[in-house]
Design a protein around this ligand. Structure first.
Ligand code: SF4
Length: 61
């Protein structure tokens, strides 16, 4: 499982970095996924972050 952030959509609200800090971090004004593969145990918070992102910038594949 992998997650990515569309930097063109991200508003930098930092919600995903608070919901799932093991996977998302801020990179200047936008969030980014800091890991390639989502670590075991972080799947649920990644899904929550994707659902809660106000601009639907998080893609999971
Ligand atoms: S929740 Fe969405 S808009 Fe907010 S920082 Fe994360 S990716 Fe960007």
């Amino acid at each position: 499982m992998k997650a990515s952030v569309d930097a063109d959509l991200c508003t930098g609200c930092e919600l995903c970095t608070q919901t799932c800090p093991d996977v998302f971090e801020m990179d200047g004004d936008v969030a980014k996924a800091k890991v390639d593969e989502i670590p075991a145990g972080a799947e649920d918070c990644v899904k929550q972050a994707a659902e809660e992102c106000p601009v639907e910038a998080i893609k999971i594949e």
